[in-house]
Design a protein around this ligand. Structure first.
Ligand SMILES: Cc1cc2nc3c(=O)[nH]c(=O)nc-3n(C[C@H](O)[C@H](O)[C@H](O)COP(=O)(O)O)c2cc1C
Length: 172
């Protein structure tokens, strides 16, 4: 698939088939995330892989009962690691760049998954403390996004977007 087709066809998937994700595909997704830019190349984030059903079920509870988190065979958790970004950029690195680093890495992962015939949904609505406990995160890491990955369980509907003339502003 060409890049623009991948972007066009990616949709949030909230129903997954009962089919595992191939190890090589998951590796490819992680390698793509690792190509994302980051503030000062400090890569102020960590990726956690959640595979165990018990942990995925716990994520459902921690994320407003979003059942698809247990349905998808694997989920990635993108976590900010503020201390990495703070080394070069102090407070701004800790509070802003580390979150941006985690976010853009997840965006790369999401598009890589689509390019490999997989689907995902970006999950931001969750209880941070509960998710940190499920992931057994060390002190200082902050979960930013959960990304379930799997094969589509249904045909998703495209969501509308704002018109460019509403979204884009010419600086005059
Ligand atoms: C910051 C952020 C948080 C989101 N949180 C959730 C979420 O908790 N649950 C969910 O089902 N979708 C979540 N989404 C997905 C959006 O609902 C979805 O991307 C949007 O409706 C556009 O649909 P599309 O992804 O199919 O184009 C989130 C997306 C972003 C960027």
């Amino acid at each position: 698939m060409d890049f623009f087709q991948i972007v066009e066809e990616r949709r949030s998937m909230r129903k997954y088939a009962d089919k595992p994700v191939e190890a090589e595909k998951l590796t490819r997704i992680l390698e793509t995330a690792n190509k994302a830019p980051s503030g000062g190349n400090m890569q102020g984030y960590e990726i956690y892989i959640v595979r165990k059903l018990k942990d995925r079920q716990a994520l459902v509870k921690a994320a407003l009962n979003q059942e698809f988190l247990a349905e998808a065979p694997v989920a990635l958790a993108f976590c900010a690691n503020p201390s990495r970004s703070a080394v070069k950029y102090g407070e701004r690195g800790a509070t802003l760049y580390s979150i941006q680093d985690a976010t853009i890495a997840c965006a790369y992962a999401q598009l890589a998954a689509k390019a490999l015939g997989l689907d995902t949904v970006w999950v931001g609505a969750f209880d941070e403390k509960a998710v940190s406990e499920i992931l057994r995160l060390p002190e200082g890491l902050r979960p930013i996004i959960l990304l379930p990955i799997g094969y589509a369980g249904k045909e998703p509907h495209p969501r509308p977007r704002r018109e460019l003339k509403d979204l884009v502003h010419e600086v005059k």
